[in-house]
Design a protein around this ligand. Sequence first.
Ligand SMILES: Nc1ncnc2c1ncn2[C@@H]1O[C@H](COP(=O)(O)OP(=O)(O)O)[C@@H](O)[C@H]1O
Ligand SMILES: [Mg+2]
Length: 491
Amino acid sequence: MKISTTSLRSKIFLSMIGLVFLASVMILVVTVSQYKEEAEEYHKKRLLRKETAVKVHINSILENTSYEVKTDKLKYIFKSNGSTRGLSSISELSRIHKMPINIYDLRGNLIISSLWRLDQKFDSIRHLPPGIIKKIDQNRNKRYVIKHEGKEGEYQSSYSYIYDRQFKPIAVLNLPYLADSTFYKKELQEFLKNLASIYLFMFILAIFVSYLLSRYITKSLNTINNILRQTSFDKKQQKIHIKNPNDEINELVDSYNKMVDELNESAEKLAQNEREQAWRNMARQVAHEIKNPLTPMRLNIQSFQMMFDPNDPNIKQKFDEFAQMLIEQIDLMSQIASAFSDFAKMPQARLQENDLVETIESALKLYNPEQVRFVSSKEKIFFNFDKNQIQRVIVNLVKNALQSVPDTRIPDILVSIRETDDKIYITVTDNGSGIAKEYAGRIFEPKFTTKNSGMGLGLAIVKKIIENHNGKIYFNSEPEVGTTFIIEFKK
Ligand SMILES: Nc1ncnc2c1ncn2[C@@H]1O[C@H](COP(=O)(O)OP(=O)(O)O)[C@@H](O)[C@H]1O
Ligand SMILES: [Mg+2]
């Protein structure tokens, strides 16, 4: 799961938890290092305290000794004499101060050690580590501490001078010290345990809070999302209304709503433009169609005028022919005009309960029943439709059907009605030449025709009427076999 592709909700959730986690890790690191520093400081100070005490003790022994205070006498001064341990013996000193004590001469050789008697094999302490005396000299307090990690913990080993009565260095005192940090470690563990329980609580709290927070934020976003999903460009855009959105989301919603307003406005303008365009096209088409017969009419009148001879014995017959031709052309023009006006002012369907069987039968009375047959699955089928418009549909379809039959065949047109539980089907089947594939998608377009004298408005009108009745129209066609137009109404 990549963070960039997760939802806003889980991003909020994860970053909250991440923050709490980061904070706890940081506190852990800081605390542990703080504890370490503190423990180190404590041991440093403790070693210094012990060193001071040992030195005070040694100085008092040197002041009271009967030996001369010189480097080579030190081993006698601090030596245990036989079985009775002298109070000044180095092992007694070590016992009192609870730490090992080594004394070296200024060349770095061990003079005497409290560890000596315990284990003769202490080769590692026989000589001072190289360069120690120089380092003591360089230090302002004339002491030097070496640290190293051992098995039991950290060792600190301090080196400083032992002076004679004239304050002249005569030897080097070495105090090895094991920094015992068990106490600090215990305390740290205790603290960390408390910290862990607090952070566990914080963790649970963070999960809870971030859950609520992310839900609060994403709830409004989800609402917007749902509305946007429902939005499509073919219907009127919905505005978004959200209860209690926060400021940013409010802004988003506002700008979306503004956009919806503009979109609706421009959709309105577009629709109006389209309507105007359609009307313009229609007007141009009407003008064109009416002009077509005007030119031959004009030519005919002109030639009749030129050749008019009142003395011609056949003038009556010629005039009749001429008038007949004019009337035909005028009829054609009026046909064209009424076809266009039919299409243009398609009235709203006046739906009334009617008998579909009777309606279609009466429309088919115009035709030869031998060529146009009619069958119905029932004697009467009542439902709501506009009688005039449905008759117009049937007439248009039957006219097309008859026109599709080539002259070499006898027309055989079948109009049928079939009623099912929830639908009514009207079909018009012919034995015509069929509809070519390349025209199939266009035949319902206004002005589409393959006929010389056709207006191409018939099927456009049919489709519009069927749609006004909430129905569907489609067709099946096989070239040279025939075509079936199917109308489907929901009851
Ligand atoms: N029953 C049919 N058989 C074959 N072609 C048809 C049939 N009905 C319609 N058409 C095709 O659809 C076209 C459009 O028909 P229509 O809109 O009624 O206009 P018009 O009849 O004036 O041509 C016709 O020109 C014809 O090519
Ligand atoms: Mg037609």
